[in-house]
Design a binder for this molecule. Structure first.
Ligand code: HEM
Length: 290
């Protein structure tokens, strides 16, 4: 589906929200929260790798936090398997060719992942299709949403998604077909939303970040949007998965009654197990009524 025209008064774009960080386009709030019951979003848009990974207006804050995490908590956010050396070098070269990271001096997987993790605002995960299954082989993930990269290393995507209720049953084979058909250069992009009781970017479980409860004040709730890019690396044929986080205070969206109703509908129709997984069970009744 094409992005809706930003001229329409009915459509609220991400850019209309003063608090929204740059870099979330082309997704609109009305696409993230369609006028429909909740369902997994399997909508992809074709984009450019150079655009997806471009620095955002307030990116320097995020980059400082990434440098801190990669210095003091490296084992929580950087991981690779010996079989991933070629894929990491390939990823490094792609971003160096785009001018987004310094050129690799030598092929050193940790140094390459550090360069990528400190230069780009996006988290990166590399997967290789092995025995017909995409397997997580490396990555640098400083801002995960409730998971940790080292725990996913070596796991198949079916295993990674096992934590998400109903995802594999509903979308597992479509995801597999989609990933098997990726081509280099095109960035296929999707978006995912959640709510958080904090504006902290790093929601690695090791941080014991605040969870939503029935008592969480509404002004402390953030809509946490992940934009994601999938592409095939040209030399290694590894899959490159990029994730960017965008935070918006929920109350800044609440004043738009149509959008509020769409968010409330999504919350009302989330299957209970998925509401639990997304940490929304204790807050959703309050938000649906508010
Ligand atoms: C290709 C299409 C994909 C779709 C449609 C998809 C969809 C999803 C959805 C709906 C969730 C639940 C998030 C939420 O609702 O809050 C999820 C979680 C997750 N996905 Fe994907 N995903 C895709 C590809 C990938 C890839 C390539 C990776 C790379 C490893 C990945 C890694 C994850 C991880 C780490 C989680 C969190 C799992 C946890 O909480 O333990 N996904 N995905």
């Amino acid at each position: 589906m094409e992005p809706e025209s930003s001229k329409s008064p009915q459509v609220l774009t991400i850019h209309d929200q003063p608090e929204a960080p740059s870099g979330m386009a082309p997704w609109t709030w009305s696409e993230l929260f369609p006028d429909a019951d909740y369902r997994f979003n399997f909508q992809f848009k074709r984009g450019l790798i150079s655009s997806f990974y471009q620095p955002s207006a307030r990116g320097s804050l995020a980059l400082r936090e990434r440098a801190r995490l990669l210095t003091h908590h490296r084992a929580d956010c950087l991981a690779w398997l010996p079989s991933s050396e070629g894929a990491i070098a390939d990823a490094h070269q792609v971003f160096a060719d785009l001018g987004l990271v310094p050129n690799p001096n030598a092929s050193n997987p940790t140094e390459s992942l550090l360069a990528l993790g400190q230069s780009l605002e996006a988290d990166l995960i590399l997967l290789q299709i092995t025995e017909n299954q995409p397997v997580v082989i490396a990555g640098v993930a400083c801002f995960p949403t409730g998971w940790s990269l080292p725990a996913k290393l070596g796991r198949s995507l079916l295993g990674v998604h096992h934590e998400v209720p109903e995802l594999n049953e509903e979308l597992g084979s479509r995801i597999h077909r989609f990933l098997s058909g990726l081509k280099p250069e095109t960035s296929w992009e999707r978006a995912n939303w959640g709510l958080a009781a904090t504006s902290q970017l790093n929601l690695n479980p090791s941080t014991f970040f605040p969870r939503l409860t029935a008592e969480t004040p509404l002004e402390e709730i953030y809509v946490r949007v992940e934009t994601q890019s999938l592409t095939l690396l040209p030399t290694s044929a590894a899959i490159l998965f990029g994730i960017r986080i965008h935070l918006t205070p929920l109350l800044s969206l609440w004043s738009h009654s149509e959008l509020r109703q769409r968010i409330q509908r999504a919350l009302r129709t989330l299957p209970p197990a998925l509401a639990d997984y997304k940490g929304l069970t204790s807050i959703r009744a309050k938000l649906i009524e508010y």
